[in-house]
Design a protein around this ligand. Structure first.
Ligand code: GLA
Length: 732
C-alpha cells in the first residue's frame, strides 16, 4: 500500500519505491508536515516535530498555555495567512466582513485506488493500479470554508503530486486573495535552489544559488508561464550534482501566472510554496462554489539531478502526455518559416516541399502567413480563412498537392490572438482583452482574445475545424506570440475580474481539449514565440513544444540543457536551420546542427532548395540516422554528461536504450585548440561487464571502461564540431 493511515496516531504515510512523505494531525487538529525524503520503512516520525516557547511566535487559542506549540514555527502541509504563521503561506482567505485569515483543522480523509483528477485542469493520470490518492479535508475554524488537499502517489515512479480544492460550504460569499496548490517543508536551511530563467530566444537558462533567510521567488505575472521563468524548481543539497546528492523537484502543471516561493525561516527551516501567482488574482466563491488549484508534481531522489530528471521524463511520458504520438514515430518535419517567412505563394511552397520530399522529409508545415490578409505581423490574426492570393488552389487544393507527394501536411495557427487590422476585429472589437477607457499595450501588433468567453472559443473551434477538415491536416503548431496585459473581461462582473487571468488559462485548456479530442490523430505542437509556454500543462494536450525561436546549434546547447532538467527530449521541438544562423549570425556545420537538433523532436527549417548536392546527401544521411536512433532518443534514458554552463571545452549528452544494449553519445567540441589536450567523455548508464563496439568498430570496450575511463574525443577539430558515438553491445 502506497498510502498508510495510522488511525490511532493520526499519521498519514505516503510511500513510493524510494521515498517517503509523512504528515500528521496534531493534538489541536492542524495538519503538520513530518518528512519528505529517502524511504523510511514503516515508522512514526512524529518525534521530529518539536517546539519550545519562542518569543514573538504565538500559539493558537486552543493551545492555551501550551506555548511550545506555534503555527509560526512548526512545519505544515498547507499554511494559511492571518492566524499567527508569518512565513510564506498558501491561502489568503477574505471573509464577507472584510477580515482575512483562516485556521485549517482536520475533519476527515479518504484513501482510494486511483488518481484524482481536477475539473478543467491538466494533471497526471493513471491506469488501474498505477496510483493511489489521499484526500484530506480541512475546514476553517471560524467559517464554512473547506480545503481538500489531494495527494497522488505513483509508487513505482517515485512521484507524489499535490493539488487542492477550496470550497465555500457557507451561505455568504468569500474571496480567495491567494490560493496556492501545495507547500513543501524541509527542516533545514542549507539548501540550494535551482531555477530556469530566460528571455525570448534564450529560454530556460539554469541558475543555481542558495536559498536564504527571507524569500526567493521564481514567478511569472505575464499571463503565461513565460520565457522568463519556468514553472519548475529544485531544492537540493549544496553539494548535489548530476550523480549524487539529495534533491527535491517541483513542477507546476499550469500555463499561466505562477509563483514558486522558497523561504528560509529564522529557525533555518525551508518552506517552498507553489501555485498561481496572487498578483492580479482574486477569486470569488459564492455559497456552494469551489476553486481547484492546479497540480504540482514532486519527486525526490538522493542520486542527483540525473535521476531527478529521469523521474520527470518517465512520469511525463507515461502519465502526463496523452497523444498517440508518444508511441508512434513522429515524421521528420520541414517547416517553411525560416526559409520564407510571410513571403510565399503556392508554387514556392510546393517547390520547397518537393525538395524536402526528395531528401526524405515526411511532413511539410506551412507556418504563419497563409490566412486572412497576413502579409505581415500586424494583420490577419483572427481571420481563419485561407488567403487565396497566396494559395490559389485554396487550402484543400494545396493540401492535396502536398498529400499527393506522399507528405503529411501541417499548419501554423495562433488561436488566442487578434490583430486590429482584421475582419474579426471589425465585427467583434469587444472580443479583445482590454480595459474600458484605456488604450491597450500592443505587442507584435496584436491583442489577446478574451478566452474566458465561450462565444470566442466557439468561434475559434468552428472556424479552425473547417480548416483542419478542409486541409485534412496531420500536424498543427499552436502558437501564442505575446504576453497578457490590460486584462479585463466583458464576461465577468467587477468583483470577479480578479479571476480573468485564471479563467483565460482555463479557456485555453478547454479549447485545447476540444481540439485534441475531436482530432486525436493530429500531431500537436505547442509554441509561444519559441519556448514561452514550455510547461507540463501544455504537455497534457500536446506531446511536443517548439523549444525556442533560437535555432543556433551552439545556443541550443544551453537551451536544451536547461529544458532537459524537467522535460523529456522527445518534447523539445528542435530543427536544423540555415548557416549563418538567422538569430546569431554564427556559422556551424550541417553535422553539428544535425546532432544538436536530433536531441529532440527533429525537423528542418531552411530553404532546402538552395543546398549543394553535398549538403543534400548529408541531409539524406541525417534522416536515416534519425530514424535509426529514434527509439533511443524518444524512449531511451537521457543523461547530461557535461554541465553546459560550466564546461567551456565541450558539451555532451547521451541516450541509453532501456535494455542498455545501445547508446548514442553526442558531443559538441566548442573551441579549436593549438597543441590540443586529450579530452575524454565518460559515458553513463551502460552495463559494466558488457562489451560495446563504437560506430561498428571491430574493437570492443567494456562498459566500465567507457563509463569510468571514458571515450576519447577527437583532436584538431574546428570550433563547434559535432561528433557522436554509437555504442552497441557485442558478445561479452
Ligand atoms: C513565432 C514562432 C515561430 C514562427 C513565428 C511566425 O515566433 O515561434 O516559429 O512560427 O511565430 O510568426
Amino acid at each position: 500500500m502506497a498510502v498508510v493511515f495510522d488511525g490511532q496516531k493520526k499519521i498519514f504515510t505516503l510511500h513510493t519505491k524510494n521515498t517517503t512523505w509523512q504528515t500528521k494531525v496534531s493534538e489541536y487538529g492542524h495538519l503538520l508536515h513530518l518528512y519528505y525524503g529517502r524511504r523510511i520503512k514503516d515508522t512514526d516520525l512524529s518525534y521530529m516535530a518539536r517546539g519550545i516557547n519562542r518569543g514573538f511566535s504565538g500559539c493558537p487559542y486552543a493551545a492555551g498555555e501550551h506555548r511550545e506549540y506555534s503555527l509560526d514555527t512548526c512545519l505544515q502541509e498547507y499554511p494559511a495567512a492571518g492566524t499567527g504563521d508569518y512565513r510564506v503561506s498558501c491561502l489568503h482567505l477574505e471573509h464577507e466582513n472584510g477580515s482575512q485569515g483562516a485556521e485549517l483543522l482536520y475533519q476527515c480523509h479518504r484513501i482510494y485506488d486511483k488518481k484524482y483528477s481536477l475539473p478543467g485542469l491538466p494533471a497526471l493520470w493513471a491506469g488501474k493500479g498505477e496510483a493511489q490518492t489521499l484526500e484530506i479535508n480541512l475546514k476553517d475554524i471560524a467559517s464554512q470554508v473547506w480545503v481538500t488537499l489531494y495527494y497522488g502517489v505513483f509508487e513505482e515512479m517515485d512521484v507524489i503530486t499535490r493539488a487542492c480544492v477550496v470550497e465555500n460550504r457557507g451561505q455568504v460569499p468569500v474571496f480567495l486573495n491567494k490560493a496556492l496548490s501545495a507547500c513543501l517543508e524541509l527542516p533545514r536551511g542549507d539548501l540550494d535552489m535551482i531555477s530556469f530563467h530566460g528571455r525570448h530566444t534564450m529560454e530556460r537558462m539554469m541558475e543555481r544559488g542558495s536559498a536564504r533567510h527571507g524569500r526567493v521567488s521564481v514567478d511569472s505575472v505575464r499571463g503565461t508561464s513565460s520565457h522568463h521563468r519556468n514553472p519548475f524548481v529544485i531544492l537540493c543539497d549544496r553539494q548535489a550534482g548530476e550523480e549524487h546528492g539529495q534533491c527535491w523537484g517541483a513542477s507546476f502543471v499550469y500555463s499561466g501566472n505562477f509563483t514558486a516561493q522558497a523561504e528560509v525561516d529564522p529557525l533555518d527551516q525551508t518552506r517552498l510554496c507553489v501555485g498561481i501567482h496572487p498578483e492580479g488574482f482574486r477569486y470569488k466563491l459564492e455559497a456552494g462554489e469551489s476553486f481547484a488549484a492546479p497540480e504540482v508534481v514532486f519527486t525526490f531522489t538522493h542520486q542527483g539531478f540525473g535521476k531527478l530528471s529521469d523521474n520527470y521524463h518517465r512520469i511525463f511520458h507515461k502519465h502526463l502526455i496523452r497523444s498517440p504520438y508518444k508511441n508512434i514515430r513522429r515524421p521528420v518535419l520541414l517547416n517553411h518559416w525560416e526559409a520564407m517567412e510571410f513571403n510565399f505563394n503556392e508554387e514556392e511552397l510546393v517547390s520547397l516541399a518537393e525538395s524536402g520530399k526528395a531528401l526524405g522529409m515526411e511532413l511539410f508545415v506551412m507556418d504563419d502567413g497563409w490566412f486572412g490578409q497576413r502579409d505581415r505581423d500586424t494583420r490577419g490574426l483572427g481571420d481563419w480563412r485561407v488567403n487565396r492570393d497566396k494559395l490559389s488552389s485554396g487550402l484543400g487544393g494545396f493540401a492535396a498537392r502536398i498529400h499527393d507527394m506522399g507528405l503529411k501536411f501541417g499548419i501554423w495557427i495562433e488561436p488566442e490572438m487578434i490583430n486590429e487590422d482584421s475582419d474579426l476585429y471589425k465585427s467583434h472589437p469587444d472580443w479583445a482583452l482590454r480595459i474600458p477607457g484605456r488604450q491597450p499595450n500592443v505587442e507584435r501588433g496584436q491583442l489577446v482574445l478574451d478566452m474566458c468567453r465561450r462565444e470566442v472559443r466557439d468561434y475559434l473551434f468552428d472556424s479552425l475545424s473547417e480548416i483542419l477538415k478542409e486541409g485534412q491536416v496531420d500536424y498543427v503548431k499552436w502558437d501564442m506570440n505575446r504576453n497578457l496585459s490590460d486584462v479585463w473581461s466583458k464576461s465577468l462582473p467587477p468583483d470577479r475580474q480578479g479571476e480573468a487571468l485564471h479563467r483565460y488559462v482555463l479557456g485555453v485548456y478547454e479549447l485545447m481539449e476540444r481540439f485534441v479530442s475531436a482530432y486525436p490523430d493530429i500531431l500537436w505542437e505547442g509554441c509561444s514565440g519559441g519556448g514561452g509556454r514550455f510547461d507540463a500543462g501544455i504537455l497534457y494536450y500536446m506531446p511536443q513544444i517548439w523549444c525556442s525561436d533560437n535555432t543556433d546549434a551552439v545556443e541550443r546547447l544551453r537551451i536544451q540543457y536547461g529544458t532537459s532538467f524537467c522535460y523529456p527530449p522527445s518534447s523539445m521541438g528542435s530543427h536544423v536551420s540555415v548557416s549563418p544562423n538567422h538569430q546569431t549570425g554564427r556559422r556551424t556545420s550541417l553535422k553539428t546542427r544535425g546532432i544538436v537538433a536530433m536531441a529532440g523532436a527533429f525537423g528542418y527549417e531552411l530553404d532546402v532548395r538552395v543546398m549543394t548536392e553535398e549538403e543534400r546527401e548529408e541531409v539524406r544521411q541525417q534522416i536515416q540516422d534519425y530514424k535509426k536512433y529514434y527509439d533511443l532518443i524518444h524512449h531511451g534514458t537521457y543523461y547530461r554528461l557535461t554541465d553546459v554552463e560550466e564546461n567551456r571545452d565541450f558539451a555532451a549528452w547521451q541516450f541509453v536504450s532501456p535494455d542498455r544494449k545501445e547508446s548514442l553519445v553526442s558531443v559538441v567540441l566548442l573551441h579549436a585548440r593549438s597543441n590540443p589536450l586529450f579530452w575524454r567523455v565518460r559515458a553513463r548508464g551502460l552495463e559494466e561487464e558488457q562489451r560495446y563496439s563504437i560506430d561498428g568498430s571491430e574493437e570492443t570496450y567494456e562498459g566500465s571502461a567507457l563509463m569510468y575511463g571514458g571515450i576519447n574525443l577527437p583532436v584538431g577539430c574546428e570550433d563547434n564540431s559535432g561528433v557522436w558515438f554509437y555504442l552497441k553491445a557485442g558478445p561479452r
